[in-house]
Design a protein around this ligand. Structure first.
Ligand code: BT5
Length: 329
């Protein structure tokens, strides 16, 4: 099965490379080391997954329209990173890519390993919340071994949000804002969420499993329609997830390397520039308590600094922020 999958992906790359020019069955068969009948079978499989491939007697095959499936070779082809995505595995359906990567981490996988799923049956948010992950979205987890001091770990979440926002902008031309600590919003609605789960022992961070979920071409349940959105909805047309994931991994690697060399302020400045909450009136909820005030800033550890009504400052390392009214000035 694995070999036949490899051939399928190689066939796709060949068809893509020929940029709408016909490639003869014979040529393709030779390049793949299979029979012409096998080529035809692979073409049929690709068509079944949504690719539009024209077949003409005497001329051969040509690719007219891409399907939007995520496969390791397709993701890696043209990926501009050095180590994030060094190994990519794509799954049809898993409970959560977080668990896949956690298991890989325990088995000694290298930093940069990425697991992507077309669908998650038990996607996770923070603090036991669930993350709706139907087909058409981008659900992935990345294994990182940041070697950061544990107090700096929250910065990783901010860096990831920043990377998502940049990738969305590059790929779709949409402005995506950041809401502390882990939301990416378009026009005030959540388009992506981030989850960082660290394995920490004493003062040592063994590894971090960084989970990113982006609503791309997927549908959303009615109960989420008001608070959430998808790139497709915002753009009015489908988005190529392969391109998006490539841009995302590249942007993430850039931010990550900046953090690792101590460029905390650089990442924070990038985050501030895209923040939707700074200088606005917000409510922060944490463990059943609600605090109202103005979101003053994020500090060097990525904590949120809230100016309370009485003028005092309160620092939050976790919590959920609701935007109230935009403060004037
Ligand atoms: C998050 O949690 O925003 C983190 C989401 C991380 C998801 C990725 S997907 C790949 C990896 N594998 C996983 O299992 N998880 C990660 P939080 O801030 O707690 O937000 C959760 C809340 O967002 C839910 O309670 C819903 O209100 C809302 N929500 C759920 N699914 C959503 C979706 N697809 N889009 C927008 N909002 C959603």
């Amino acid at each position: 099965l694995r070999r036949s999958n490899d051939r399928l992906e190689r066939l796709l790359i060949l068809l893509r490379d020929s940029k709408r020019v016909y490639r003869s069955g014979e040529e393709l068969a030779k390049a793949l080391g299979v029979s012409r009948v096998a080529v035809w079978k692979h073409v049929k499989t690709l068509r079944d997954t949504g690719y539009v491939i024209e077949a003409k007697p005497k001329l051969g095959y040509r690719l007219l329209k891409e399907a939007d499936i995520l496969k390791p070779t397709l993701v890696k082809e043209g990926l501009r990173t050095n180590f994030i995505g060094c190994e990519v595995r794509c799954y049809d359906a898993v409970p959560s890519t977080q668990s896949v990567v956690k298991e890989a981490a325990e088995r000694g996988f290298r930093e940069g390993f990425v697991a992507i799923a077309e669908e998650q049956t038990a996607g996770r948010g923070r603090r036991g919340r669930s993350w709706v992950s139907p087909r058409g979205g981008l659900w992935l987890s990345i294994l990182l071994k940041p070697g950061l001091p544990p107090p700096k770990l929250p910065l990783l979440m901010l860096a990831a949000g920043l990377a998502v926002s940049k990738a969305v902008e590059t790929t779709c031309g949409l402005k995506a804002e950041l809401k502390w600590p882990n939301d990416v919003l378009i026009n005030g609605r959540k388009v992506a969420g981030i989850l960082a789960e660290a394995s920490v022992e004493a003062d040592l961070v063994h590894y971090v499993v960084l989970g990113i979920g982006v609503n791309v071409n997927n549908d959303l349940p009615v109960k989420l329609k008001e608070e959430a959105t998808t790139l497709k909805e915002q753009l009015g047309s489908s988005v190529a997830r392969v391109k998006l994931v490539q841009e995302l991994l590249k942007a993430l690697e850039d931010e990550y390397l900046t953090l690792k060399r101590g460029g905390y302020q650089e990442v924070l400045d990038g985050w501030r520039a895209r923040s939707s909450i700074l200088k606005s009136e917000v409510m922060v909820s944490l463990m059943g308590e609600a605090y109202e005030g103005v979101a003053e800033d994020v500090d060097g550890d990525g904590a949120l600094i809230l100016r309370l009504k009485d003028g005092s400052l309160k620092r939050f390392l976790a919590g959920d922020v609701t935007l109230r009214i935009k403060a004037k000035g």
